[in-house]
Design a protein around this ligand. Structure first.
Ligand code: E4P
Length: 217
């Protein structure tokens, strides 16, 4: 499973990328606004920090304008993936990007029917929003399961990118449901390393080791 970081904070990205466990990055207009920086500059910097896919989202709502923006974003670096919303216009643009060999991440997916259309349009990734569905009283993880079954039934190549992840349990459940990737906020990513029993066990081992008076080196 590929693990992406959902962030525009390049300091945080640099820190977590040093683990070698960050396979890519996703951004969105809200995260760009939060960075307070020019979008093209942030995306270029992120693309220098990670080799994997970096999603950069269009701001236009009509296909022709999405195409113009997407081509510009794709020109920033070879690993840019153009993120488009799951709308009728977005899928028209997705199909054209596919013809042009530009990778896409179709975002704001909230139903299996939408995901089916994204795959038919030739999306590279589809992003079902787990947390926002759960907030809405729906079953976010159930959506991943449905999309997995549909994509497997028809051998679609579109990768399922579990998005709007809120906690480590979401990452585990997305992996069990067969998501190809998950995009994770930095705080949740950091929490993935932790377990209270790991900390307690390590403390005990270190204390017992100290009593031996030995040194391995
Ligand atoms: C995904 O690509 C989105 O940027 C992100 O996962 C949305 O998460 P949120 O619902 O926490 O804003």
């Amino acid at each position: 499973m590929q693990l992406f970081l959902d962030t525009t904070d390049t300091a945080v990205l640099k820190d977590l990328a040093a683990t070698g466990l960050v396979d890519g990055v996703t951004t969105n207009p809200s995260l760009i606004a939060k960075s307070g920086r020019p979008m093209l500059e942030v995306i270029a910097e992120i693309c220098d920090l990670v080799e994997g896919p970096v999603s950069a989202e269009v701001a236009a709502v009509e296909a022709a304008a999405m195409l113009a923006e997407g081509r510009k974003l794709a020109g920033v670096a070879a690993n840019v993936v153009v993120k488009v919303p799951l709308t009728r216009e977005g899928l028209i643009a997705t199909a054209e990007f596919a013809r042009e060999g530009i990778q896409t991440n179709v975002t704001l997916c909230f139903s299996a029917a939408q995901a089916l259309l994204a795959a038919k349009a030739g999306a590279t990734f589809v992003s079902p929003f787990i947390g926002r569905l759960d907030d809405h009283g729906a079953d976010g993880m159930g959506l991943i399961t449905e999309i997995r079954a549909i994509y497997d039934n028809y051998d679609f190549d579109t990768e399922i990118l579990a998005a709007s992840i809120r906690n480590p349990a979401h990452v585990t459940a997305a992996a069990l449901a067969g998501a190809d990737c998950a995009t994770i906020p930095p705080g949740v990513f950091a929490d993935l390393f932790k377990h209270p029993l790991t900390e307690k066990g390590l403390e005990q081992f270190m204390s017992d080791w100290a009593k031996t008076g030995q040194s391995i080196l």
